[in-house]
Design a protein around this ligand. Sequence first.
Ligand code: USQ
Length: 466
Amino acid sequence: MKILVLGGDGFCGWPASLHLSASGNEVTIVDNFSRRRIDEELGAGSLTPIRSNAERRAAWAEATGRHIELVELDVAADYERLLDLLVTERPDAIVHFAEQRSAPYSMKSSRHKRYTVNNNVNATDNVLCAIVESGLDIHLVHLGTMGVYGYGTAGMKIPEGYLDVAVNGEAGEMHREILYPTSPGSIYHMTKVLDQDLFAYYAKNDSLRITDLHQGIIWGTSTPETELDERLVNRFDYDGDYGTVLNRFLVQAAVGYPLTVHGTGGQTRAFIHIQDMTRCIELALANPPERGVRVKIFNQMTETHRVRDLAAMVARLTGAVVENVPDPRNEADENELHVTAEAFLDLGLHPTTLSQGLLSEINQTAARYRDRVDLAHIPARSLWTKDRQPGIPAAYRENPSGDGQGRPEHDRDDSHRQSVSGAVSRAAASPGAATMVELRPALIGSTEVETTGHSDPDPVTATDAD
Ligand code: USQ
């Protein structure tokens, strides 16, 4: 199959591109590298030393003999070139990851809200318009989010996209199928709600074949394909804007930072391992809807967990300390979440569970690259409303004359990037930071972190993210 992967340089797009290429598809990545520019804007970077896209693709060709092409293009802004690309390349399918994907980033300021809406909604509408205009029968697979349903307690098992409802019609009770009512919790999630309506419209008016994947929170970073060569490594975000909750906890444990549970930690969320995401994309491509039918919606998740239970699990494995910090988000403290997600299982997905995958993730990524962690970027500072507080542990809160870096008052020095040895020794020296990390030798193997004074983390030889 000839496939365009829009946003194919990003956290989900890169491993998905490799997986589709490995399965024998002809893959072209379309990307404007906005995610790498946002790293520069935030002064943050991937925990893992990601390479340039050119180097990544060269490494892939070297490792497998397969070629992935690149077209640098802004899908949200450059409609004419996008249309040209479709007409010239005539792909069988498009996988659309080309959206700003962080809820906290989308809530940082009015500028970030407007950027996220403009970018995401225009990207989706441009793709849909271009498919119609090309006259080609291209199957569009879009990465949506479980967050379109909202995170209250539904009181029912959330269906895969559609809800059967009974309404009082003119001639008595009628049954209808509607899109499950939306309740987005951030501007980012709102853009995926708007996408959903665009898809419904184009499927109805133009008979486009569209699959929308309502994905849960990704955890993990590597897949069999990214593990083939260090130059293929996927990005791993731990910062307060882009890091997702479990990956953040793994890094926090590795550097002796308290696990930052927002509020009570009673938020229940859906999760999926990154490797399962790549497999789901492949399954969705292999099972397109017919022309003229409604959008096909899958709930792309494999487990649900409460945030505080995840923290407890990581603490049990690593000896990290958990701290309940203020919740910077406007979200329910506690919610139940029951989800229908049989469609992918029926198509043959064998999920990677937390119990199987967590230890290797700790060993292979969080502990391995821990000396690249910049503690100043850990706290979640993006506030949903002005009366919210950043999610900073007590010992790391700024005082009025603080350095603004989120480091504890007693722990300020001139080093920009703090190594784990520094973090651990400072934590040990500080009565306020009760966060001594004790990565247990039996679990962590050769990457054991010493508990006092000094540690000798594995050297990282590769270059910084670019
Ligand atoms: N949380 C903490 N401590 C932290 C970070 C997060 O308690 O240090 C809490 C948050 O308050 C929230 C939950 O963990 O209640 C999940 O936060 P998250 O940042 O892991 O996930 P979220 O913002 O929902 O977004 C992520 C992806 C997004 C995707 C979404 C799937 O960034 O692209 O759409 O997960 S879902 O949440 O199912 O909608």
